[in-house]
Design a protein around this ligand. Structure first.
Ligand SMILES: O=C(O)CCC(=O)C(=O)O
Length: 253
């Protein structure tokens, strides 16, 4: 159960950390599977959605291992999603991002899907799962607290007052109103900084990755009822939105 002060932080600052949501053993399992995927996918990793200078990426992870199918159902995270998005929401995508050692650049500040709040309120909310410790030097998430309430997008390259780093131990999950101005910071260390992004959107918006087309039928067949609902597999409105909004590939930038 989210406490009222946690709800207030999410509402006012735009993010909330859940320390130790994953045990060290679970973190290791995710990292093992993720490194297998990077090895399997090689230079093409992430390219179904996007590649990024200074970072390794994997897209469409629900299709790439049972641990990813399960993680989208995490109750604490779903409760926080509902606090931001209301009761009608679905998974938008599940991606991995690993900031490369000494990558020489921060990821630009942005909001996810380029979305501003609309007449119905907030439409995008992400969760950043720390799979390595996030420190002040290794490319931790950076955010501008309260910026989700500005009604504006960050100006590319502009200096922004009030930015902070969100650090924490591996296993911490940060739920973030994705209208919040945020990005990865520069990694000054010799090690990768890995994270999983379990990203949700309001029911009336297209998914970033159209799960019904991208997730193989054998994976769809073994999902729980909640998993099917979160992927919007039986939601005709989502089919319509995704086909017109994201084109034949099923990926929307
Ligand atoms: O991995 C991070 O710290 C943030 C990444 C992010 O915001 C993104 O890829 O959209």
């Amino acid at each position: 159960m989210l406490t009222s002060s946690a709800r207030q932080q999410l509402n006012e600052l735009g993010f909330l950390a859940f320390p130790a949501l994953l045990s060290p053993a679970q973190v290791s399992k995710f990292n093992q599977r993720i490194e297998e995927l990077f090895a399997l996918e090689g230079d093409g990793a992430g390219s179904e959605f996007k590649t990024e200078p200074g970072a390794r990426r994997i897209a469409n992870a629900v299709d790439k291992g049972e641990i990813f199918e399960q993680v989208i159902e995490t109750p604490e995270v779903l409760e926080a999603m509902e606090a931001v998005l209301g009761p009608d929401f679905k998974l938008s995508s599940l991606n991995i991002r690993s900031a490369n050692p000494r990558n020489g650049c921060a990821q630009p500040l942005h909001v996810d899907s380029g979305a501003l709040p609309d007449a119905l309120g907030y439409s995008v909310c992400n969760s950043v799962w720390m799979l390595d410790d996030f420190t002040e030097r290794n490319g931790a998430l950076r955010v501008v607290p309260g910026s989700h309430r500005s009604g504006r997008l960050p100006e590319p390259g502009a200096k922004v007052e009030g930015e902070i780093l969100v650090t924490g131990k591996a296993g911490t999950v940060v739920v973030m109103n994705a209208h919040l101005w945020h990005g990865g910071s520069e990694n000054f260390t010799d090690a990768q900084r890995r994270a999983m992004h379990v990203y949700y959107t309001r029911g009336d918006k297209p998914q970033q990755q159209y799960q019904k087309r991208l997730v193989r039928s054998e994976v769809q067949a073994r999902l729980s009822p909640l998993g099917r609902k979160l992927l919007a597999l039986d939601d005709l409105r989502n089919d319509e939105l995704s086909v017109t909004g994201s084109g034949a590939s099923g990926f929307m930038k």
